[in-house]
Design a protein around this ligand. Structure first.
Ligand code: ZN
Length: 196
């Protein structure tokens, strides 16, 4: 259980982890806080966007769409490995997920399968959307995967969490497939090694 970092701390943590960070518009105050709570925070969630093109991807994640207003995450990780900050606070990325998964994340234990959508994830998770078509064929460049690793590690390092606090959307919400193209187990190993 932890209070969310300030926007400045979040930015600082990402930069301290060696990331190239792009600040998009008034990201510090762009959020969905009027729709519900933000925090306490328990983990980091990784997504793919099902989009292509860095600029277009960032814009979609910033503004969202008619049935799902943005921001759709805190940071967008484009294929070039840059992290674009589009929002901060409560954002529309996690949807409803499994309370048993949340309990495992809090306890930093092995994740159970996700078979319920009964818990508000936007309250509890930092969210990173990654530019990828999510078709299992669109490649994940080395720079992009390294940025996912660094971004997740930055948040874990700040809060004193282990790699077990990093999950994929597909591990949270039944029916979700993201991220597709690498395994969250492999990403957690990378985060664990980075945090050593
Ligand atoms: Zn997702």
């Amino acid at each position: 259980m932890a209070s969310p970092m300030s926007a400045d701390s979040f930015l600082g943590a990402l930069r301290a982890e060696g990331l190239t960070v792009v600040e998009v518009g008034d990201w510090r105050h762009h959020n969905r806080d009027h729709k519900g709570p933000w925090g306490p925070v328990h983990g980091v969630m990784v997504h793919h966007t099902v989009t292509s093109g860095g600029a277009r991807t960032v814009e979609i994640c910033r503004t969202g769409h008619e049935d799902l207003p943005g921001p759709l995450c805190h940071g967008v990780i484009t294929k070039d490995g840059r992290v674009h900050l589009v929002g901060y606070g409560r954002v529309n990325h996690a949807g409803s997920g499994d309370d048993d998964v949340l309990r495992a994340v809090v306890a930093e234990k092995r994740l159970p399968g996700d078979n319920e959508a009964n818990t508000d994830g936007n309250r509890y998770f930092y969210g990173f959307e990654c530019e990828n078509l999510g078709d299992g064929e669109d490649p994940w460049p080395r720079a992009q995967l390294e940025a996912v690793e660094r971004a997740a590690a930055a948040v874990c390092r700040h809060h004193g969490w282990t790699e077990r606090s990093v999950i994929g959307h597909l591990e949270w919400q039944p029916g979700k497939s993201d991220p597709r193209g690498f395994t969250m187990a492999s990403m957690r190993e990378r985060v664990r090694d980075r945090l050593k």
